[in-house]
Ligand binder design. Structure first.
Ligand code: NDP
Length: 254
């Protein structure tokens, strides 16, 4: 009975940034649980779509740049055209940029806020009317421990602020749509091994600090976030909404 609650047979899951990194692992988790997948990315550098198809999952790919304001609605339209519904929306695509605030230019600031915050809002805005019509829906936003604490040594005020906004958006949406049977949750990952945390040589000395400040003394692999995502996207979490689930090896407990 309990394992059945993790099943997503024929559920339609739309994942932004699903062709690599954390998004690709989440796609594997939801695909393995039976969901039909729709991914939206600008590119597919590591062949994530093929990897998911080879694993036997039903996958559609929408090539789009979420910085383009029209793309969120287009991805929802594409999903409806393919499957007629959208059951699960995972807002995973995001960008991190380090830099001292006094030298941080407007283009970088706009990119971070437009992708990490505004695009998430637009995706939710486009998906919610269909979830309301369906009488159910699940939204999962990928936030960060950087939305909870100011992690060091990297200066990244804009990124931290963007992720705090994702957490608050999650709670607000959860509150607004709980009575429509739409659950909205977030995951706040700690340091996960992906392209995003693949530091250039001059910043490699940050790794020991990251590990020392993490009680489990290591970074995580993407699948360790994906299993939490499966929980939050499936009926196993049927009474969980507005939650920011921290997956950080203990970073934020100290
Ligand atoms: P990656 O850099 O590996 O992946 C980012 C994903 O976002 C890619 O799939 C990328 O696809 C997509 N993306 C970026 N820009 C756009 C765009 N303009 N339009 C559409 N898609 C876009 O990062 P991670 O897997 O590490 O990060 C995933 C999420 O997890 C992010 O929100 C990140 O902030 C968050 N996170 C990551 C942590 C980590 O330690 N790695 C820690 C905490 C949170 P493409 O470039 O092909 O478009």
């Amino acid at each position: 009975m309990f394992l059945d609650k993790f099943k997503l047979e024929d559920r339609i899951a739309l994942i932004t940034g699903g062709t690599r990194g954390i998004g690709l692992s989440i796609a594997h988790a939801l695909g393995e649980a039976g969901a039909k997948l729709v991914l939206v990315n600008r590119t597919d550098p590591v062949g994530g779509v093929q990897e998911l198809k080879d694993a036997g999952y039903n996958v559609n790919f929408f090539e789009g740049d979420l910085l383009d304001r029209s793309v969120p609605q287009k991805t929802i339209d594409f999903t409806l055209e393919k499957h007629g519904r959208v059951d699960i929306l995972v807002n995973n695509a995001g960008v991190a940029q380090h830099g001292d605030t006094e030298k941080f230019n407007d283009d970088l600031l706009d990119k971070i806020m437009d992708l990490n915050v505004d695009a998430v809002f637009r995706m939710c805005r486009s998906a919610i009317p269909h979830m309301k019509k369906q009488g159910e829906g699940v939204i999962l936003n990928i936030g960060s421990i950087s939305g909870l604490v100011s992690n060091i040594p990297q200066p990244q005020t804009a990124y931290n602020a963007s992720k705090a906004a994702v957490h608050m958006m999650t709670k607000s949406l959860a509150s607004d749509y709980a009575d429509q049977n739409i659950r909205v949750n977030a995951i706040a990952p700690g340091y996960i091994r992906t392209e995003m945390t693949n530091l250039p040589k001059e910043n490699e000395h940050w790794y020991p600090t990251w590990n020392e400040l993490t009680p489990m003394n290591r970074m995580a692999e993407t699948h360790e976030v994906a299993s939490a995502a499966l929980f939050l996207c499936s009926p196993a979490s049927s009474y969980v909404t507005g939650e920011v689930l921290v997956v950080d090896g203990g970073y934020t407990i100290r």
